[in-house]
Design a protein around this ligand. Structure first.
Ligand SMILES: [Zn+2]
Length: 149
C-alpha cells in the first residue's frame, strides 16, 4: 500500500520524485517517503486527518506516528544550529514556540495511545533510523499494542 491520501498515480508520483531528486533539495519528508517506497515499507499514510497533531507519517496498525523534523526548525539538540544573524530575538521566540508545540503534541498523541517516533533531518544520512522504525513497528504489532515503546 502506498499512501492512501496520495492524490498522484504511482507514475506521476515517480515522475515527481525523480524531479525532486534531480533538483537535489528534497524535503526531509520526501526523502523518507522515497526510502519507504524503495524499501517496501508499507502500511503508512501521510498526515492523517484524525490525529492532532498530524504526524508526517502514520502507521495505523502499529498506531505509530512518525515525525521527520528539520534540525533548524525543530531545534535539534545535536546539531544546535545557529540562529540567523539578524532578528535573533524573533527567531529565538519562534523556535522556542515550535519546540513547546512539538512537545505538547507528542504528549497528546501518547496520551491517546499512539507511540511517537521522531527522526531528525541529520539522521537521514544513514539508515539507522529505518532499522529503529522497523523494530518499533514489529514490537508494536507483535505485542498487540500492549507493549510500550
Ligand atoms: Zn540535527
Amino acid at each position: 500500500m502506498r499512501s492512501r491520501k496520495d492524490p498522484l498515480t504511482p507514475e506521476a508520483r515517480s515522475r515527481r520524485m525523480s524531479l525532486v531528486r534531480a533538483k537535489g533539495n528534497r524535503s526531509t519528508e520526501a526523502k523518507v517517503e522515497a526510502v519507504f517506497v524503495a524499501d517496501d515499507v508499507i502500511g503508512w499514510i501521510k498526515h492523517p486527518r484524525d490525529l492532532s497533531p498530524q504526524p508526517d507519517f502514520y502507521f495505523a496498525e502499529a498506531r505509530l506516528a512518525l515525525f521527520v523534523d528539520g534540525c533548524f526548525w525543530h531545534s535539534c539538540p545535536k546539531c544546535n544550529r545557529k540562529l540567523p544573524a539578524t532578528r535573533r530575538a524573533f527567531w529565538r521566540k519562534k523556535l522556542e514556540a515550535t519546540r513547546r508545540r512539538d512537545e505538547a503534541g507528542r504528549r497528546r498523541l501518547r496520551r491517546a495511545g499512539v507511540s511517537v517516533m521522531r527522526v531528525w533531518e541529520h539522521e537521514l544520512r544513514d539508515e539507522r533510523w529505518l532499522i529503529r522504525l522497523r523494530r518499533m513497528l514489529a514490537r508494536r504489532v507483535a505485542g498487540g499494542l500492549r507493549g510500550t515503546v
